[in-house]
Write a protein that binds this ligand. Structure first.
Ligand code: GLP
Length: 249
């Protein structure tokens, strides 16, 4: 049974096929609108997506010179050069490989005055005319960005407390013995929903339940991903494993 949602599903046999399809989708968006404002995501899911996008950009000569980007989130208190910071992730996986201007590759400034950084981030997104294409991953508990269960659907960019399960899921990104910070700055769900288009990427059996709760259940704040049912233009790129619970209906 297909889910009762306006979201479109593109389902592939492998995570690599998902990555290549998402990369093509982003590349087409930037080719048709070079000034695109991209909302970018981190996480293990996006490592092959950025690799495929970098390869495609090099092969086809796709330029990001006129584009801008805003990442969803960043840990509070990590310096930008910390290996587990999302700034460092983005530099390693994407920014250093493409011609996106450094001053238009934005992440929340989470190592100073966090409250001021949240307001500044919202203002910067608005000044660029809003996000055209927002990439999203999803946490096993249904979180989007770092909006954990209970986050309001109209929330703006804010400081958020990470749940123990999210901290545990992300500990492997940190050097041995180092624990992730307990707080992050994240775009709010309300901020995310203002993007003109949303692409959610989910791979692996570990995401199957979160995907089903997001798109089959009645929207509720205990599953942040379910807010996406309110958005008119969502495409979910996933593999068979992540789609398995939705496929059961
Ligand atoms: C992280 C990020 C999210 C990401 C999610 C899933 O904590 N803040 O933006 O989508 O959790 O991450 P992964 O792709 O590693 O499973």
């Amino acid at each position: 049974m297909r889910p009762m949602t306006k979201a479109q599903f593109q389902v592939f046999a492998t995570s690599q096929a998902v990555a290549e399809a998402v990369a093509s989708h982003i590349a087409e968006a930037v080719q048709s609108r070079p000034q695109s404002v991209l909302g970018l995501a981190t996480g293990k899911t996006f490592v092959p997506v950025y690799a495929a996008l970098v390869a495609l950009s090099k092969a086809k000569g796709i330029s990001f010179a006129e584009a801008s980007s805003f990442n969803l989130d960043e840990y509070v208190g990590l310096p930008p050069n910390h290996p587990a910071s999302f700034r460092c992730y983005m530099e390693e996986n994407f920014f250093r490989h493409v011609d996106l201007p450094a001053d238009r590759a934005m992440l929340p400034e989470a190592h100073g005055d966090a409250a001021a950084a949240c307001l500044a981030y919202e203002a910067a997104i608005a000044a660029r005319g809003g996000v055209d294409l927002q990439l999203l991953g999803i946490g096993r508990n249904g979180h989007i960005g770092f909006n954990e269960p209970g986050a309001p659907f109209d929330g703006r960019t804010q400081v958020t407390q990470l749940t123990p399960s999210t901290i545990a899921a992300n500990t492997s990104d940190f050097p041995d013995g180092e624990v992730p910070p307990p707080e992050a700055i994240t775009m709010g769900i309300g901020t995310i929903l203002e993007a003109r288009e949303i692409v959610l990427v989910a791979t692996g059996a570990g995401k199957a339940e979160a995907l089903a709760r997001s798109f089959l259940a009645t929207p509720a704040v205990d599953c942040p991903g379910s807010a996406l049912q309110q958005h008119p233009h969502v495409t979910v790129f996933c593999d068979d494993e992540a789609y398995a619970e939705i496929a059961k209906g």
